[in-house]
Design a protein around this ligand. Structure first.
Ligand code: ACO
Ligand code: ACO
Length: 150
């Protein structure tokens, strides 16, 4: 498995982006402004993340996903660590990530990679998504915000 930048000629791996974010409209907005990196194994793309500069010195992982058949093998952790290393090399001072109140595994993963919880964007998923979303048996309502100094 290796991680590389998506080239300008390539299509974004939309099916993977939709695993992390059900809103195609929001995805299209941030992929136009951010940089997408992909994990490739034997010629197929099995993971991705998108980095988006948000404020001076601050960058955010706005989307990260691993193909379902490849989850649970450490690829997500490698992608998060790659995003952290790249953002540090680019000179950013802070990296951020946000996930749903219901995303227990994601919250563990991000904290294992050094992120700390810094806040809650209450009702984020009510304000930005038209359909009600459910995960792990509860409604997705709030966004948990995490951050790490680089
Ligand atoms: N339950 C418990 N722990 C979990 C879970 C889970 N469901 N998922 C990940 N973890 C934790 C584990 O503790 C694991 O640590 P360990 O190796 O010490 O046991 C750690 O995360 C790393 O696991 P990986 O195997 O590297 O994770 P994976 O390759 O499956 O990728 C990811 C994780 C990206 C969240 C993947 O499951 C996925 O694509 N999910 C669907 C899309 C998604 O939810 N994306 C994130 C949305 S938020 C955003 O995009 C900003
Ligand atoms: N992972 C995922 N979900 C869990 C877990 C877990 N480890 N533990 C409980 N849940 C969720 C499940 O989603 C379950 O819902 P479901 O039936 O829809 O799947 C729900 O919790 C209820 O589970 P119960 O079986 O009723 O919970 P249990 O009898 O195990 O009691 C408790 C939970 C009290 C947290 C118990 O595990 C415990 O005593 N843990 C050690 C002490 C502790 O941590 N106490 C809380 C500290 S905070 C405080 O005291 C204020």
């Amino acid at each position: 498995m290796h991680i590389r930048k998506l080239t300008p000629e390539e299509q974004h791996p939309i099916a993977l982006l939709l695993l992390a974010d059900p809103s195609l409209k929001l995805i299209e907005e941030y992929i136009a402004r951010g940089e997408c990196f992909v994990a490739e194994e034997e010629g197929s793309i099995i993971g991705e993340y998108v980095l988006l500069p948000t404020r001076p010195d601050t960058i955010e992982i706005v989307n990260i996903a691993v193909a379902e058949h490849s989850q649970g093998k450490g690829i997500g952790r490698e992608l998060v660590n790659d995003a952290i290393r790249r953002s540090r090399e680019w000179g950013y001072k802070t990296i951020e990530i946000g996930t749903a109140n219901s995303s227990v595994g994601q919250l563990l993963l991000y904290q294992k990679c050094g992120f700390r919880i810094v806040g809650v964007d209450k009702d984020f998923f009510i304000r930005h998504y038209e359909e009600k979303i459910y995960e792990n048996g509860i409604q997705v309502i709030d966004m948990v915000r995490l951050s790490q100094d680089l």
